[in-house]
Design a protein around this ligand. Structure first.
Ligand code: GLT
Ligand code: MN
Ligand code: MN
Length: 388
């Protein structure tokens, strides 16, 4: 196995990942600027043909319409030269001071309107480069001071903003869907739409005319920050038909958003994420939202993405082995007990309900059943560590 990424693997990464200069709360930038076009080239060179961008990652904030057109044209040219594709576009609604207290949910109607304007322009840029997804990460949509916002009104404003932008996409005849990215906190003390569950519930309240267009962009790191099981979060999005994008990376629980190299933490949970994506037949890009270490220099920022892809391919291979492993498959198969009589009773009818109420169960046998989980989990460990 070479674990070399191929174009068909449809890996992608955000331009902001490799361009991250290492600025954080306690320290200034440690790396120089990375030209966005070189960034796209660098990613394609290592086999990551997909890239994602915030408006400001590619087109400097405040650029004129003419400059915007020129830059997008240059990006197109580099895409043609390198075979790179744009998977997703998004709008930076968190960096500029005007968004200090929110964007679409701000108490200031002017800020809310400006946020919509900036988002529409970002959508146009994405459409120009062929992005099929527009991610909405509401990093600033939250608060530190509980008295500062009416939390119900905030959700209403959020809904109006999302519906407006979905209508904009639809009205522009762009082939693009919206994926809302949840996060519990950071940079705000508390962020609205904290988890994938919140987003799923929110999407269900959208106007039916746009509901189909809006789904979720779960991020493993954000799940783990919230102390959740990322496999289950992603699975629920898939089951609801709402996994419109994904941000893969790694994270130790209960910390700031670390955005570590995919696979570098909790290998077992990460394996089950890969297995889930592969077995579900989900056809979105395998996208990484990660940050270089502050200690990385030069092209080590590309080693980060190369490592993510390699880890994904290693785990994909493990998932295939898991599927073919007779002992594991036998144990898993034994877990299911079906009963034709009960299957007949499972459909709702008054008669079935009556029959089910009267049915006798052998609770002793059911309770004492041996499940073999010690062995199963050990086999997974052995498989992942190469002992098997
Ligand atoms: C930012 C954030 C990510 C989001 C990006 C999209 S920007 O880096 O931490 O989780 O996906 O806006
Ligand atoms: Mn993300
Ligand atoms: Mn993150």
């Amino acid at each position: 196995m070479s674990f070399e990424p191929a174009r068909e693997d449809r890996f992608s990464a955000g331009l902001w990942c490799t361009a991250f200069r290492g600025r954080e709360v306690f320290g200034r930038e440690v790396r120089g600027e990375l030209d966005p076009l070189d960034n796209i080239r660098g990613l394609a060179k290592i086999g990551c043909f997909g890239f994602n961008f915030h408006d400001d990652d590619l087109v400097p904030f405040g650029s004129s319409a003419a400059d915007t057109t020129r830059i997008l044209k240059d990006a197109r040219r580099v895409m043609n030269e390198t075979g790179a594709f744009c998977g997703m576009a998004t709008c930076n609604m968190f960096e500029h001071p005007v968004f200090k207290d929110g964007a679409l949910t701000s108490n200031d109607a002017r800020v809310r309107a400006y946020a919509r304007q900036k988002a529409m322009r970002a959508i146009d840029m994405g459409a120009e480069l062929g992005a099929s997804v527009f991610v909405m990460w509401g990093g600033r949509e939250g608060l530190e001071v509980e008295a500062s916002k009416d939390p119900i009104e905030a959700i209403e404003r959020y809904r109006e903003g999302v519906e407006f932008l979905a209508n904009y996409i639809h009205g522009s005849a762009y082939q693009m869907r919206i994926a809302i990215e949840p996060k519990p906190n950071e940079p705000r003390g508390d962020i609205f739409l904290a988890t994938a569950g919140h987003v799923l519930a929110f999407v269900a309240t959208l106007d039916p005319s746009v509901r189909e267009m809006v789904g979720v962009n779960p991020e493993i790191q954000h799940s783990r920050m919230a102390g959740m099981n990322s496999v289950h979060e992603i699975a629920q999005c898939i089951e609801a038909g709402k996994l419109y994008h994904i941000d893969l990376g790694a994270q130790k629980p209960s910390r700031f958003d670390q955005d570590l190299r995919f696979g570098s933490e909790d290998i077992k949970e990460t394996f089950f994420v890969v297995k889930l994506l592969e077995e579900s037949g989900w056809d979105g890009t395998r996208n990484f939202d990660v940050k270089p270490y502050r200690t990385d220099v030069g092209d080590e920022v590309f080693d980060l993405i190369a490592g993510c892809m390699r880890s994904y391919l290693v785990l994909r291979d493990k998932a295939r082995r898991y599927g073919k492993d007779r002992e594991i498959q036998q144990l898993v198969a034994q877990l299911r007990i079906e009963d034709p009589e009960l299957a007949d009773l499972s459909e709702w009818s008054r008669d079935n309900a009556k029959a089910l109420k009267e049915r006798r169960f052998d609770l002793g046998a059911m309770s004492e059943r041996r499940l073999g989980y010690q062995k199963l989990d050990q086999l997974v460990f052995d498989l992942l560590t190469g002992a098997r």
